[in-house]
Design a protein around this ligand. Structure first.
Ligand code: AMP
Length: 277
């Protein structure tokens, strides 16, 4: 496994690669969810490239960019174990040199949910992912369903701009108690951690209601909210029922829906979602 830290070197390496290149963009502090993406890439590519870049452009001024968890040595050991060939780890100055002035804005699907809660977030995500795609030129790039809106935004960008690669979405990897794995779970104190599986429990409740024939989005959201409120430290930020492609809000679920949610424990925002179909 080779570590590459400049754009010039990554492009030089890429130019010499033959066959399929599988690419997994991450912000590091890796867990089994990230490794699942790497394993998928490994199974379908001659070369696997993983990036570790905590992208300042996707954090708001009051967000956790400075204190985002980092453990490079552990990340590298995990990536080596999962069969990674190249780890691209640029600095912020390398990705955003003085005078950097071009941004990718995906409209409409970024308006609600995380886009509304975190202004500018998806502009930062789309821009860095577009830039990484241009540097790595992957055949396929792998993203986790855990960040459902991000998946929709990236797929839309690739389609609208005719980017020459395929996007692969990998199911959410969970802890044994159902909590979706996330680098930010480390922020939870023991009592918050004990209550956190309620997100997945409420999504499973939504799925049961749907399977029993409930089609009213308001009723599903009410029952989910009631379940979450049984946990004293949980604060519902939003529970949303949306069209899986446009992310427009649905009042009635006809054939399918994305139920996505953010629940706060203290200052920690936990995201989760499920697709009903
Ligand atoms: P991050 O490092 O949080 O930016 O995540 C990098 C990639 O890993 C994104 O495509 C995430 O959606 C994906 N990812 C994060 N957590 C999980 C998880 N629990 N299961 C599957 N994919 C995940």
């Amino acid at each position: 496994m080779q570590v590459v830290d400049t754009v010039t070197e990554m492009k030089r390496v890429r130019a010499k690669l033959a066959g399929r290149v599988g690419f997994v963009p991450t912000m590091g502090y890796l867990h089994e969810g990230h490794l699942e993406l790497v394993r998928r890439a490994r199974g379908e590519s001659e070369t696997v490239v993983v990036s570790i870049f905590v992208n300042p452009a996707q954090f708001g001024p009051k967000e956790d960019f400075e204190k985002y968890p980092r453990d490079l040595e552990r990340d590298l050991a995990m990536l080596k174990g999962a069969g990674t060939d190249y780890v691209f780890m640029p600095t912020p100055a390398e990705m955003y040199p003085p005078g950097f002035n071009s941004w990718v804005e995906v409209q409409q699907v970024t308006e609600r949910l995380e886009g509304a809660a975190r202004p500018g977030h998806f502009r930062g995500v789309a821009t860095v992912v577009a830039k990484l795609f241009n540097i790595v030129q992957p055949t396929r790039s792998y993203f986790g369903q855990k960040d459902a809106q991000q998946c929709v935004v990236i797929k839309k960008m690739v389609k609208d701009l005719e980017m020459p690669l395929e996007i692969v979405i990998v199911p959410t990897v969970r802890e044994p108690d159902g909590l979706a794995m996330s680098s930010r779970n480390v922020y939870l104190n023991p009592e918050q951690r004990r209550q956190a599986p309620v997100l997945y429990k409420s999504l499973q409740l939504a799925q049961r209601l749907w399977q029993r024939g409930e089609r009213d989005a308001v009723k599903i959201r009410q029952q989910m909210t009631a379940l979450i409120q049984e946990q004293p430290l949980a604060r519902v930020e939003y529970i949303d029922v949306a069209d899986t492609e446009t992310l427009a809000e649905l009042k009635t679920i006809e054939t399918s829906a994305l139920i996505s949610m953010v629940v706060r424990f203290g200052n920690t925002r936990l995201l989760d979602n499920i697709v009903l179909s």
